[in-house]
Design a protein around this ligand. Structure first.
Ligand code: PMP
Length: 445
């Protein structure tokens, strides 16, 4: 850039940053930091795995933004699908039996992709709404069956399920539950089958409506389940008449190298929650997929109206975008690429662990990965201040956007790049993490 263009873009940034500080209330942001520093980036463009900001910086979108831009940025086909749908039918209601072409096509598509007899989808605008829908629906189901005390929902510690009233109550990260008077009847359990069994015994299965879990916890630190966990969860749920909800908001539609994360763990839930990857973030859409069995029971048991529905349940444009996104994932064999590049990516983390004594653990599956930093992995001692925050800051200087996770005493670097990534780009990510870790350790530790 010439000095002149640098000046121009800096001015454009400064003007927008002022307005941002003045008028835009950011999600998951410190009020003070936002007020004092304004936005770090004002992004203007995206292409493939890259994002570009108004000052001309290009960065690798190492977390696919919010683990959601799975096919990568800049796919014009999705814009075209959105425009064609909006020109033809921008909106029509799906309440009270009304329907439209795209929502029917998408519901069928999802039924064909999901495992087992998960065949019927309720659509929402995102993951939180989808989880709330699942929680309301399981409690409603037990009420219809006359088992009115069956309303507790068991959720795992370190889980993340969203921020609406029910979803934040279900989130096993206390940092997200700092708002008073959240929803009642959510119980938090350690991630062992023994702990789950003990909790069911203690509370009484007759009071428990459902168990909810991500196949691999995302925001809580990229935590795959213990060996054999979900098979045993499925059996326990069957034994005690507890519905099993899988939150596949991050893992759904290919992130782990399988179409759905639960496929790795041989367990089919009664309800599967989806969002993010269904549209790769090109439009807001989520949903709850229920089993054929649950559907038939609801038909038999209920004679009133299911009084639950969002204005945008099955928005035509969002459904059109989802259909185009799923077509691209299939036709370009992107899940196959997740498996191939995922193997490179996980190998890269292993290489990092071999090079750096402070890496106490590497976790992940497919294009979802994390490294855990410890001062002394032997004794599991942590650094006084989290190092991951500084490593992420340093990586940004080298053009890599990732996430540090420091909840619950963790010190984790998390990455989940778009499915369209190639081998060289994986190597670049690993190399930037390596350099950044080396710099921070030398400088600050
Ligand atoms: N569940 C999981 C597993 C998630 O990762 C998220 C979002 N990070 C949500 C639910 C909430 O989805 P949304 O932000 O679309 O409401």
């Amino acid at each position: 850039q010439t000095t002149e263009t640098t000046e121009t873009v800096n001015k454009a940034y400064a003007q927008l940053a002022e307005l941002d500080k003045k008028h835009f209330m950011h999600p998951t942001t410190s009020f003070k930091q936002q007020h004092e520093q304004g936005p770090k980036f004002i992004f203007t463009e995206g292409k493939g795995i890259y994002l570009k900001d108004i000052r001309g910086n290009t960065v690798i979108d190492g977390l696919s933004s919010l683990w959601n831009v799975n096919i990568g940025h800049g796919r014009e086909e999705l814009g075209k699908a959105a425009m064609e749908q909006m020109k033809k039918l921008a909106f029509s209601s799906t309440f009270a039996t009304n329907s439209h072409e795209r929502v029917i096509e998408l519901a069928e598509k999802v039924a064909n992709m999901t495992p087992g007899d998960l065949n019927m989808t309720f659509f929402t605008s995102g993951g939180s709404e989808a989880n709330d829908t699942a929680f309301k629906t399981v409690r409603y189901y037990w009420q219809l069956k006359g088992q009115t005390q069956k309303k507790k929902i068991i959720t795992r510690k370190k889980s993340y399920h969203g921020v609406s009233m029910g979803a934040s109550s279900a989130t096993g990260l206390p940092a997200f539950r700092t708002f008073p008077s959240l929803a009642p009847d959510f119980l938090y359990v350690e991630s062992s089958i023994e702990a789950l069994e003990a909790l069911i015994q203690q509370e009484g299965a007759e009071t428990i409506a459902a168990f909810v879990s991500e196949p691999v916890q995302g925001s809580g630190g990229v935590n795959p389940p213990p060996e054999g966990y979900f098979k045993k969860v499925r059996a326990l749920c069957d034994q005690h008449d507890i519905l099993f909800i899988a939150d596949e908001v991050i893992t759904g539609f290919g992130r782990t190298g399988a179409t759905f994360g639960m496929e790795h763990y041989d367990a089919v839930p009664d309800i599967l929650v989806i969002a993010k990857g269904i549209t790769s973030g090109y439009a807001p859409l989520g949903g709850m997929v229920i089993s054929e069995k649950l559907k038939n029971e609801l038909i038999d048991l209920s004679d009133g109206v299911y009084m639950h529905g969002y204005t945008y349940s099955g928005h035509p444009m969002c459904c059109a975008v989802a259909l185009e996104n799923l077509r691209i994932i299939e036709e370009e064999n992107l899940i196959e690429n997740v498996r191939k590049m995922g193997a490179e990516f996980q190998k890269g983390f292993q290489w990092l662990a071999d090079r750096h004594d402070v890496i106490g653990d590497t976790r992940g599956i497919g294009l979802l990965g994390a490294v855990e930093i410890m001062k002394d992995p032997e004794t599991k001692t942590r650094f006084d201040e989290p190092v991951s925050v500084k490593v992420i800051e340093e990586a940004l200087k080298h053009g890599l956007l990732g996430r540090s996770i420091i909840y619950e005493g963790q010190d984790t670097l998390a990455f989940a790049p778009p499915f369209c990534i190639n081998k060289e780009e994986v190597a670049t990510i690993i190399s930037i993490i390596d350099q950044s870790l080396t710099t921070v350790l030398k400088r600050d530790c």
